[in-house]
Design a protein around this ligand. Structure first.
Ligand code: FES
Length: 107
């Protein structure tokens, strides 16, 4: 099962991808060549270079933020905002179909 996600870069450029349900949002970005997600630690929640900003309506479809993820977001290169998460910690579900995911200015 796949869903459509649209990554929106800081400059407004859009990149629509097909993502597999169950993979992380970070993996969906990387496997589709989306620029703006670096993922230096490869999904271990240890680098904060997979920072992405989600619509608040989607937050209920995500795992609750852990204390560790919350701490790591404080180290993100672009200051966190409401809706900021580490995209490696967010599994794609059906609820993400059609989602627009904003990318920060810097990772
Ligand atoms: S890939 Fe490093 S924190 Fe997500």
């Amino acid at each position: 099962m796949t869903v459509k996600l649209t990554f929106v870069a800081h400059d407004g450029g859009e990149h629509e991808v097909s993502a597999d349900v169950g993979q992380s949002v970070m993996e969906a970005a990387l496997s589709n060549g989306v620029e703006g997600i670096t993922a230096e630690c490869n999904g271990s929640a240890a680098c904060a270079t997979c920072h992405a900003i989600f619509d608040e309506a989607l937050l209920v479809h995500m795992p609750e933020i852990t204390e560790h993820e919350n701490d790591m977001l404080d180290f993100a290169a672009t200051e966190r905002v409401a809706g900021s998460r580490l995209s490696c910690q967010i599994p794609v579900t059906d609820a993400f179909n059609g989602a627009r995911i904003m990318l920060p200015e810097e990772q």
